[in-house]
Design a protein around this ligand. Sequence first.
Ligand code: NDP
Ligand code: 2IT
Length: 446
Amino acid sequence: MATALNDFMQEVKTKNPGEAEFHQAVEEVVETLLPVLDKHPEYRKARIMERMVEPERVIMFRVPWMADNGEVRVNRGYRIEFSSAIGPYKGGLRFHPSVTLSILKFLGFEQIFKNSLTTLPMGGGKGGSDFDPKFKSKNEIMRFCQSFMSELFRHIGPNTDVPAGDIGVGGQEIGYMFGQYKKLRNSFDGVLTGKGLSWGGSLIRPEATGFGVVYFANEMLATKGQSFEGKTVTISGFGNVAWGAATKVNQLGGKVVTLSGPDGYIHDPDGISGEKIEYMLELRASNQDIVEPYAEQFGVEFVPNKHPWEVKCDIALPCATQNELNEEDAKNLIANGCLCISEGANMPTTPEAAKLILESDILYGPAKAANAGGVAVSGLEMTQNSIRMNWSREEVDNHLHRIMKNIHQSCLVAADTYGTSGNYVAGANIAGFTKVADAMLAQGVV
Ligand code: NDP
Ligand code: 2IT
């Protein structure tokens, strides 16, 4: 088994040199899929895995724009159209200075399995730019988004590729990009999700990822007769996903005690609720990329340059970014008696940390399953656009809740079937993979 994995990874590394995050995401998936490939020689024969790690198309382009002071700036734009086996390419756009081809390929690859788990007909994709929204004016952000879409528009469409938000891309950016797409195509299409409510958006989309993370955690806790009621919860990040998760934890009777940013974390032992949750939206909109102002605003402790995982908690929800929970963090969580980890961010846990967590008694929901609520409601936004109708908050939330329960169940069943009961990482990979692999077999060698 180890040799098969090493051989496969050697080839992936040779073909994709220097793409550390992409290698990490592929290895984590392939490791858990070997038993499936052993049981299904037809997948091996059709080289399903080898085809899946090769994006169907990678688009890279120049994004020139003009700063307020008249200077010309140049960024790089990307769209990775990874898999269209079960539906149009679907996945977010990330604007952050750390964006590279490797990061977007890891995200696009994971999106294939995540989207498959939602049960909705969506393929996998991801895109973005190394543009840094920090300290940019609204006009600069608008000009950047327009320039980005001036190239992207020719590659996307409601039945081809439907981008959405991710880090650094929220309702404002989706609005500017949608306006430019519509102008260039002269067509009002459901080509992006996360749109404003008056122009094709869905209720609950902003909350969906965070709500889903908490619904998934709640399902895991229920297997042990537990719930959020009275539990202490640590959250990292302070963006869209962290905000949705904090809102739902409060609704379910839990207490959120931390948030974090690239500058460190804040510890609020009284609980982050009510106006403090609303303050997160101000922090995010300030474009400063720091969480410290929360500590000043509410008179709580700020711990610079550290992760919140050293704070004792019952439930941990990483909602910031990739590889933000390392081996030392995992040791802290285990030593402090953490019951459950549900991943809001994509690949927030390093491989070393994940290994320790899987060996412990912690209920561990991997990103592909736990944060699938965001893209699931994006899928519901596409459905509403297609039928030219809008559903109520309750209707969308009920669909989301049902989808998260189904994903939880699919993970448990798949893990059971392959002898790894209770391992949600293996379960999510296997359940997500099987549907895509069968579609690829049915569609021949394309
Ligand atoms: P936002 O832009 O709204 O917020 C991102 C958050 O992460 C901010 O708090 C951001 O701060 C923080 N952050 C970024 N880099 C670091 C770092 N190195 N250390 C600590 N904090 C950091 O993005 P989202 O909330 O949308 O995304 C958060 C995570 O959730 C990402 O991993 C994303 O891929 C994932 N996700 C998002 C979905 C969505 O629908 N939006 C769906 C599923 C997953 P700053 O902006 O200042 O860097
Ligand atoms: O990582 C993700 O699933 C997202 N950023 C959401 C993608 C989407 O198309 O809604």
